[in-house]
Design a binder for this molecule. Structure first.
Ligand SMILES: Nc1ncnc2c1ncn2[C@@H]1O[C@H](COP(=O)(O)OP(=O)(O)O)[C@@H](O)[C@H]1O
Ligand SMILES: [Mg+2]
Length: 286
């Protein structure tokens, strides 16, 4: 992390037990980009609008190891989507650099899959053809990928629905199609921007369980964005906490709850304690 992150890492925290004390780490500096699925170094984004300049992301650094699941957790408007857009190659940074598997990101890449808050499926295509959209965009043959599309629909629990149209699916099912679509071209890095935010609480909980299974089966590196503390704690190996605007990483929390995490995990004392400690961190941020 940059010097700002390190300074903010000195926030005083009321950490109540020894296990949590060791789990709450100061922000760490990125190391050799070549060994990482993702490495961001001093990334800043300033928007210029009629209202003037707005610093959305301020000098942010992070790394993601291959196969790791890392969440960025922060309040609405703190710059999470802006940062993810830079990582995805959809928005140029005003400063700093991002590399994916050791290569500098300068535009959209084939080794990245993105899942957004809305599934944005094409209503006139059935499920299997929606999953195949990136294949068409990459000008590859559908036929080579149809088998894989069926396998992914099996992975996300929708194998029987491949001929259905989006309006015949629930919100949760549509998001699962969106996840299958993001994985069709076999990207090693999956970026997810609040993918379950539009879902009801029960579906959201079930999707977290399913996403863990999908992640463990697919062995992808995942950068997951959320403003839900319980969701971040349930899913992550590590959580990077972003301050209110302008976005900076102010803390890194290692979540060492055993995997696979289950419904029982969600009602465990350890889980509740981690959620509580993170909530307190946000209280300190104001
Ligand atoms: N295209 C844009 N032009 C100007 N300001 C923007 C633009 N996109 C986002 N912002 C501002 O940047 C800040 C961060 O936005 P965003 O990254 O969407 O936050 P988050 O995803 O954490 O909710 C917000 O204050 C938002 O209003
Ligand atoms: Mg957002």
């Amino acid at each position: 992390m940059g010097s700002r992150g390190t300074a903010a890492g000195n926030l005083t925290l009321a950490v109540s037990n020894t296990r949590l004390r060791s789990a709450v780490l100061p922000a760490s500096a990125p190391t050799d980009a070549g060994t990482h699925a993702l490495s961001a170094n001093d990334v800043s984004v300033t928007y210029q609008s009629l209202r003037g300049k707005h610093i959305a992301v301020d000098n942010v650094s992070m790394t993601l190891r291959p196969g790791e699941f890392v969440s960025i957790l922060g309040p609405s408007g703190c710059g999470k989507s802006t940062f993810l857009s830079v990582v995805a190659g959809l928005l140029p940074a005003s400063g700093g650099e991002v590399s994916v598997f050791g290569e500098t990101v300068s535009g959209p890449r084939k080794d990245i899959g993105v899942v957004f808050q809305q599934a944005t499926l094409l209503p006139w295509l059935n499920v299997i053809n929606n999953v195949l959209i990136p294949v068409k965009a990459l000008r590859k043959s559908d036929r080579d990928y149809t088998q894989r599309a069926h396998e992914l629909l099996e992975l996300v629990g929708l194998s029987k629905f491949f001929k259905y149209y989006p309006n015949e699916l629930s919100g949760g099912m549509q998001q699962r199609v969106g996840i299958a679509r993001a994985l069709i071209h076999d990207p090693n890095l999956l970026l997810m921007d609040e993918p379950f935010a539009a879902l009801d609480a029960m579906t959201r909980e079930r999707m977290s369980l399913e996403l863990q299974d999908i992640w463990q089966a697919s062995k992808k590196s995942v950068l997951f964005i959320t403003h839900s503390i319980p969701e971040a704690v349930f899913l992550s190996d590590r959580i990077l906490i972003m301050s209110p605007s302008p976005g900076r990483f102010v803390k890194e929390v290692v979540i060492d709850l055993p995997r696979p995490r289950t419904v029982q995990t969600m009602s465990s004392g350890e889980y509740a304690a981690l959620c509580g400690e993170i909530r307190k961190m946000f209280d300190h941020l104001g």
